[in-house]
Write a protein that binds this ligand. Structure first.
Ligand code: CA
Ligand code: CA
Ligand code: CA
Ligand code: CA
Length: 290
């Protein structure tokens, strides 16, 4: 079931390290995200980490949500998730033609430009929030802010967004803004221990404000959230499945270990020993060397 693609770069100059990376089955947009672990990133707002290069990115276009935007340029986003033993890392690339921030802050930041992460750690899919459910809202008002003490919204339920211990770096980009966040796997609300096949409830949203005042567009990843109910109803979340796969190795001395993974993967999936270059990798490979 799990599709594994081997990507290998053998540089022609000795100074360039050998990089072995994996592209995993991305899951299904709106239904399930396959989260590779153990993989770490540096939470600094720069999304050139190798883990982000090889992680699946789910695209949420301008017309997927309860308040669609006229175009992807006006409002759309993509996100990726990886995890290590301490953090669930979530990255967003937000396309947004007008950044609105500082009009509504704190618990009201959902009225300004903001992205939302939803967690149902116990995957109970209940109709109301229990202790292991949370809405974590990260506004564009964190651009240039303190990564370790971001301003967070999500003031609903028991384990409210600002109490989750989430850290986040938010930066502007050429066509909008980006978020690199990390949600603790252990806090007062939950203790998630990633293992291959573990499923939690998960969703992401983007609130787009273009002119101050009320929110203008609402984009939603989960297919089940057709009425913008995730803030109160975890049963409309989609799912995140942990997949044990190291996405990238850059050090020469780790190559032997990498071949070990290749062999074990071939054993796991008889008949799927054919590896191919990934289109997404070709798209991204130039940035690996910058
Ligand atoms: Ca980074
Ligand atoms: Ca906006
Ligand atoms: Ca729950
Ligand atoms: Ca507005």
């Amino acid at each position: 079931m799990k599709r594994v693609v081997l990507l290998t770069i053998l540089c022609v100059v000795f100074a360039c390290p050998t990089i072995v990376g994996w592209a995993i089955d991305p899951g299904e947009v709106g239904v399930n995200y396959n989260c590779a672990f153990p993989n770490s990133v540096k939470v600094d707002g720069n999304l050139k980490d190798l883990s982000w290069q090889f992680a699946p990115w789910h695209e949420v276009p301008h017309d997927k949500g309860t308040a669609p935007a006229p175009s992807d340029k006006d409002a759309s986003y993509s996100f990726a998730v990886v995890a290590d033993d301490k953090w669930l890392y979530v990255a967003f690339k937000v396309k947004d033609d007008k950044i609105q921030k500082d009009g509504d802050v704190g618990c009201d930041v959902w009225k300004d430009d903001s992205v939302e992460i939803y967690i149902d750690a116990g995957h109970e899919q209940a109709g109301s929030y229990d202790k292991n459910d949370a809405q974590i809202t990260i506004g564009a008002d964190n651009i240039g802010g303190d990564i370790n003490k971001p301003k967070l919204g999500g003031c609903v339920g028991i384990t409210q967004g600002p109490t989750t211990g989430t850290i986040a770096a938010v930066v502007t980009t050429s066509d909008g803004w980006a978020v690199e966040a990390a949600v603790p796997l252990k806090n007062a609300g939950w203790d998630i221990k990633p293992k291959d096949g573990l499923v939690i409830g998960f969703n992401t949203h983007f609130n787009d404000d273009d002119d101050g005042g009320a929110r203008d567009h609402k984009l939603i990843w989960s297919d089940k959230d057709v009425a913008d109910r995730s803030w109160t109803d975890p049963s409309v979340y989609a799912e995140l499945t942990f997949v044990e796969e190291k996405l990238a190795v850059s050090q020469k001395n780790k190559l032997a270990t990498s071949w070990g993974w290749i062999k074990s993967s071939m054993k796991k999936e008889p008949g799927k020993e054919t590896y191919e270059r990934s289109r997404s990798f070709e798209k991204n490979q130039s940035s690996l060397y910058h």
